[in-house]
Design a protein around this ligand. Structure first.
Ligand code: XIL
Length: 331
C-alpha cells in the first residue's frame, strides 16, 4: 500500500491525524486518503462548540469533521470534554467572578457532556474525556492548581467519565495526557497516571484507556525502550492505549519555512517517529496511532514553543518528509 491508512489496515492499526477545517477543505485527498481515524484539532473543544453564551452552540467545525470522516470511511476520536484550556470565557469568567455557582458549574459540565456526546452518539470511536490533569513534578499527581480541580475538586474527573459513559455507552473513554510515556526523559508522570487510573477502575469508574499524546522534542533524548515498556505496563493493567498526538519538534530558523537549525534533526525525527510506531505495533493493547496534524503548515508547535517547529510528517508545502516514509515502511 502507498498510504498510511492502507498499510495500517494490513496490520489492523488505524493511523490517524488531527485535522483543522483548512486540512479538510484544502487538502481532502491527504486528510481523507492517508488516515483512517481523525481528531478535531479544535473542533470539539468546549470553547469551539459553545463560544459566546450558555446554550448557544456552534457545531460547524465538529459537524464538518464528522461528515468528512463518514464520507471517507474514517473513525473519529472525540477531543476533549474536560480540560483547563480552551474553555469558553463566559464559563471561566462567570465562575471566577461568582456569577456561576459551584452547583451551576456541575450542571453546566453535565449538560456539556450530554449535549456533545448525544449529538454524535454512535459516531465517535474514542473520547478523550479528561485531558492533562497531572503535574510534571516528581512525584507527579493531579495538579491542585488546575482550574477544574480548584473549582470542583478531584471528583470532577471520575464524574465526567460516568456521565460520558451514560451519554454514549459504546464509546471508548480515555484519560489523555503528555509525558506519560517518558517523553521528557523521566517516568514520574507515568507512575502517577497508571496508579490513579487503576484506582479509579477499581472503584468502577468507566475509564477504558489511556491516551499518550507523545509530543516529542529532539532535544530531550527520547528513549524508545522506555516508551515501549510504559505502553506494555498500561496494557498489563487491562487498559487500551492510543497514541493520540504524536509529533517530533526541533529548533528551526524561522516559523515560516521551518528548516531545522541542526541538520541532524532531519535524521533524529524520522528515527523517533519510527521508534514510536514500532513500539505501538509491538504492544497489542495499542489500538490507534495518531499524529497531531500532518503538515508543518498548520502545526500547533511554532505558536506554542518559540523557535521550534518542523514537527510533522509533511512539510509546510504539504510534501511528505522522511518522517512520513519512515512510518510507511514500518507498517
Ligand atoms: C492545540 C491545537 O492544535 C491548537 O490549534 C490550539 O491553538 C491549541 O491546542 N495538547 C492537546 C491538544 O491536548 O488539544 C492541543 O491542541 C495540543 C496539546
Amino acid at each position: 500500500p502507498d498510504t498510511l491508512r492502507g498499510a495500517g489496515a494490513l496490520i489492523n492499526l488505524p493511523i490517524g491525524s488531527a485535522l483543522t477545517p483548512q486540512d479538510i477543505e484544502q487538502w481532502p485527498s491527504i486528510s481523507g486518503g492517508q488516515f483512517s481515524v481523525v481528531t478535531g484539532a479544535n473542533a470539539m473543544k468546549w470553547q469551539t462548540v459553545e463560544p459566546n453564551a450558555p446554550g448557544v452552540y456552534d457545531w460547524t467545525d465538529a459537524d464538518q469533521l464528522v461528515a468528512f470522516a463518514k464520507q471517507n470511511g474514517q473513525l473519529v476520536r472525540g477531543h476533549t470534554l474536560l480540560w483547563h484550556n480552551q474553555l469558553p470565557n463566559w464559563l471561566v469568567n462567570g465562575f471566577d467572578a461568582g456569577t456561576i455557582s459551584k452547583n451551576q458549574l456541575w450542571g453546566l459540565l453535565e449538560k456539556h457532556i450530554f449535549t456533545e456526546l448525544g449529538r454524535y452518539r454512535g459516531k465517535i470511536w474514542q473520547w478523550d474525556v479528561a485531558n492533562e490533569f497531572f503535574t510534571d513534578a516528581s512525584p507527579s499527581g493531579i495538579d491542585p492548581t488546575n482550574w477544574w480541580i480548584t473549582a470542583l475538586g478531584e471528583s470532577v474527573i471520575p464524574q465526567a467519565f460516568r456521565w460520558a459513559h451514560e451519554a454514549d455507552p459504546h464509546a471508548l473513554l480515555f484519560y489523555n495526557d503528555y509525558n506519560i510515556t517518558g517523553e521528557d526523559g523521566t517516568n514520574a508522570k507515568f507512575t502517577a497516571v497508571s496508579t490513579w487510573v487503576q484506582q479509579q477502575r477499581d472503584k468502577g469508574v468507566p475509564i477504558h484507556g489511556v491516551g499518550t499524546q507523545a509530543h516529542l522534542d529532539t532535544q530531550y533524548g527520547f528513549d524508545p525502550q522506555r516508551f515501549q515498556s510504559d505502553l506494555e505496563s498500561y496494557g498489563k493493567l487491562g487498559l487500551r492505549i492510543a497514541i493520540t498526538e504524536a509529533d517530533v519538534r526541533t529548533n528551526v530558523n524561522n516559523a515560516t519555512d521551518q528548516v531545522p537549525t541542526d541538520s541532524l534533526a532531519q535524521f533524529a525525527q524520522p528515527f523517533e517517529y519510527s521508534a514510536m510506531l514500532q513500539a505501538a505495533i509491538s504492544v497489542p493493547e495499542v489500538i490507534s496511532f495518531t499524529v497531531w496534524g500532518w503538515t508543518d503548515y498548520d502545526s500547533w508547535v511554532p505558536s506554542t514553543f518559540s523557535g521550534e517547529g518542523y514537527a510533522c510528517i509533511y512539510d509546510v508545502n504539504q510534501q511528505p518528509k522522511q518522517a512520513y516514509y519512515s512510518l510507511l515502511k514500518d507498517l
